[in-house]
Design a binder for this molecule. Structure first.
Ligand SMILES: NC(=O)c1ccc[n+]([C@@H]2O[C@H](COP(=O)([O-])OP(=O)(O)OC[C@H]3O[C@@H](n4cnc5c(N)ncnc54)[C@H](OP(=O)(O)O)[C@@H]3O)[C@@H](O)[C@H]2O)c1
Length: 294
């Protein structure tokens, strides 16, 4: 029988990457999966395009802000019939209130617990160390509190992923701005923990398809490389022979100054959200890369 996997955030970057890896893994192994892709709008282009990755995907309508719509998804299938749940929640926006994100995270964790899923992955975010947790605000505080709630559910076989800063943030028009904001706003020695979204999908797929207990109740940072802003620019140049697209630094400084949220971060010598990582966390990521590359 195929295992049902509910992907929350399926039309987003991480969900799409996971679906892609799950689909590849199903085509090369005897294991089969039924992917339930949660979306608020199954007829959207983003949702429909998932069927190009996997023709047998089921697009499931549901809204995390309407818990009854999510409960129906579980109830209509019954206890233990959804094997795994992957959760990536939408970023509420820079400086935006994240109370809704917290409720969404708690809602899906509680339902997964009640309906006895056998794998539950919450994609949170890397933050260097839990010793900074009391300083977190907004969506970072919500992610911390969702993590705490998940951990408080002893019978839920959870895995918390902590991905670093997405490399994809550096592409496109917004990416030009982001690149210059990082260069202008960060201490030059700050190391940015970078990860490609595809790697989050690969790691999540590995966890969902593995029967090993080592992923249960594990917190796993996912970082591909640590780069200072100037090393980041250099890497792009070496790999593509073209400078990383950016905007003039004076404009980036102006944006940082005008934005209340980044303005506060700018005055900190080490912005806690991109603080240099501790060796333990780096070690875990390297170990993870070795684990999944085998
Ligand atoms: N960018 C980074 O560097 C970085 C690093 C670490 C962690 N993160 C975290 O990654 C998360 C975002 O992941 P992503 O980039 O993969 O997402 P994304 O591309 O922004 O996609 C958001 C997803 O959320 C779904 N969604 C939004 N509201 C919903 C609702 N009320 N009910 C059900 N589904 C809903 C959307 O589905 P529909 O529109 O189809 O309904 C979509 O699939 C954020 O929490 C962010 O903090 C980001």
């Amino acid at each position: 029988m195929s295992r049902r996997i509910l992907v929350v955030g399926a039309t987003g970057k991480q969900g799409r990457a996971l679906i892609s890896h799950l689909s590849t893994s199903a085509s090369t192994s005897s294991e089969s999966f039924q992917i339930l892709a949660l979306t608020r709008n199954p007829s959207s282009q983003a949702a429909q395009s998932l069927t190009l990755i996997n023709q047998s995907i089921s697009l499931i309508k549901g809204d995390l802000n309407d818990p009854s719509s999510i409960r129906k998804i579980f109830e209509s299938r019954g206890k233990r019939s959804i094997y795994g749940v992957f959760v990536a929640l939408q970023f509420p926006g820079l400086g935006a209130n994240a109370d809704a994100e917290l409720i969404q995270g708690i809602t899906i964790a509680d339902l997964a617990n009640e309906f006895q899923v056998q794998r539950f992955i919450f994609s949170s975010l890397e933050r260097g160390s839990e010793s900074y947790d009391q300083h977190l605000t907004l969506d970072r505080a919500s992610k911390r509190d969702i993590e705490r709630h998940i951990i408080s559910l002893p019978s839920l076989p959870w895995t918390i992923l902590r991905p670093g800063f997405f490399m994809e943030n550096l592409s496109g028009t917004l990416g030009r701005i982001t690149t210059s904001v990082l260069v202008a706003g960060l201490n030059p020695s700050t190391q940015i923990p970078l990860v490609a979204v595809d790697d989050i999908g690969r790691v999540s797929s590995q966890i969902l398809t593995s029967s090993s207990p080592k992923y249960t109740h594990a917190k796993i940072p996912i970082i591909s490389s640590l780069r200072t802003p100037s090393q980041m620019l250099q890497s792009h140049l070496s790999a593509t022979s073209t400078p990383q697209p950016s905007i003039p630094l004076f404009l980036a400084r102006l944006l940082i100054y005008l934005n209340t949220h980044t303005k506060n971060l700018y005055v900190l010598p080490f912005p806690y959200f991109l603080i240099s990582l501790f060796p333990g966390s780096v070690h875990l990521s390297i170990r993870w890369t070795r684990l999944t590359s085998g």
